[in-house]
Design a protein around this ligand. Structure first.
Ligand code: FPP
Length: 237
């Protein structure tokens, strides 16, 4: 196993639709198999000693997909939460959702509230599920809240710092992601953790999400371990 373990890993889980289509199956079948990989990823990252895992499950742009596909993703999420919560509880997972949940169907929200509540005392891996999440929208919300403080005379514009913005994001309690993995061959961040990813190492793999195995996660962590993170400074090794 890799030596430098990232504290926070973000994953853009891409390729479910292509995985299914390649086998002549419906795209939604790909999402179902994708949930198996979600389980593998959580177990793997727990074992590896990662502290925070953020999974991009549904972006603000995903509403443009056919209604039926959206409904399937939402029901797969609820099914996953009801079925896997006892297991996640035994392994110490703490669950958190990031994104604008006001648009999430009530049925799914029931499952979200149930799982978050059941897992609130988890002392192991913290899992953030990004749902109706968009990085730019998250920054806009933070900026509005700062602007409100300025308008009320509680803050001067020149006193605004990067830390104040970080503290008003959904991930305020988490370290920035050290490593972001994207599966499915695309090489972009697609509005995922836009502010938080400023210094993240990026790992892109052509492997489609349902095909990701422990050995593929090993490869991502090995890659991270081999990077020399300088944050814009000089290497003093
Ligand atoms: C990307 O594949 C995947 C999604 C947009 C949905 C991911 C959702 C799940 C795996 C199910 C529920 C999540 C949890 C956390 C249990 P894609 O459809 O964009 O694939 P493509 O690029 O091949 O079309």
């Amino acid at each position: 196993m890799a030596q430098n373990i990232p504290r926070h890993v973000g994953i853009i889980m891409d390729g479910n639709g292509r995985w299914a289509q390649r086998q002549g199956l419906l795209r939604t079948v790909g999402h179902r198999f994708g949930t198996e990989t979600v389980q593998r990823a959580m177990e793997y990252m727990s074992r590896a000693g990662v502290s925070v895992l953020t999974l991009y499950a549904f972006s603000t742009e995903n509403w443009k997909r056919p209604e039926k596909e959206i409904a399937t993703i939402m029901s797969l999420l609820s099914e996953y939460l009801y079925k896997k919560t006892p297991e996640m509880r035994s392994s110490g997972v703490r669950l958190n959702f990031i994104g604008d949940l006001s648009r999430i169907p009530e049925e799914s929200m029931k499952a979200v509230r149930y799982a978050v509540d059941e897992l609130r005392n988890g002392s192991g891996l913290k899992v953030n599920i990004a749902l109706n999440y968009g990085g730019r929208a998250e920054i806009v919300t933070a900026v509005r809240s700062l602007a409100d403080d300025v308008a009320r005379g509680r803050l001067r514009p020149e006193d605004i710092t990067e830390d104040m913005i970080s503290a008003r994001l959904y991930t305020a309690d988490d370290p920035d992601p050290d490593l972001i993995i994207r599966t499915g061959a695309e090489t972009r961040l697609s509005n995922f953790l836009t502010w938080q990813s400023a210094y993240s190492e990026l790992y892109f793999t052509p492997t489609l999400w349902p095909d990701m195995q422990d050995s593929d996660f090993d490869a991502a962590l090995e890659y991270y371990s081999s990077r020399d993170r300088r944050y814009g400074g000089l290497n003093n090794a």
